[in-house]
Ligand binder design. Sequence first.
Ligand SMILES: [Zn+2]
Length: 86
Amino acid sequence: MQLPEENLVHVQCADCDMRLMEFIKIRESNKEHKFKVLCPGEKCEGSWEVEIIGDCVYNTPEGLVIENMNLNEETGVMTIEVNKNE
Ligand SMILES: [Zn+2]
């Protein structure tokens, strides 16, 4: 099944241009997801937020792994730490 391109959300660090995560919306729903992705770059302290409404799955680009995920119950923001897969 081919998903429409707008269902794919790339999170890219605006400081070092590294691609950090990709989210794919697989179904319309009224679930609200807030993600905050931290860049593993040594000189980067960037964190990039995305909001997705609907059911979604996520994936890391090649060479990166998810190191930690932490949901803030108060804000509903899921913070994701990624790291280089070495
Ligand atoms: Zn960065």
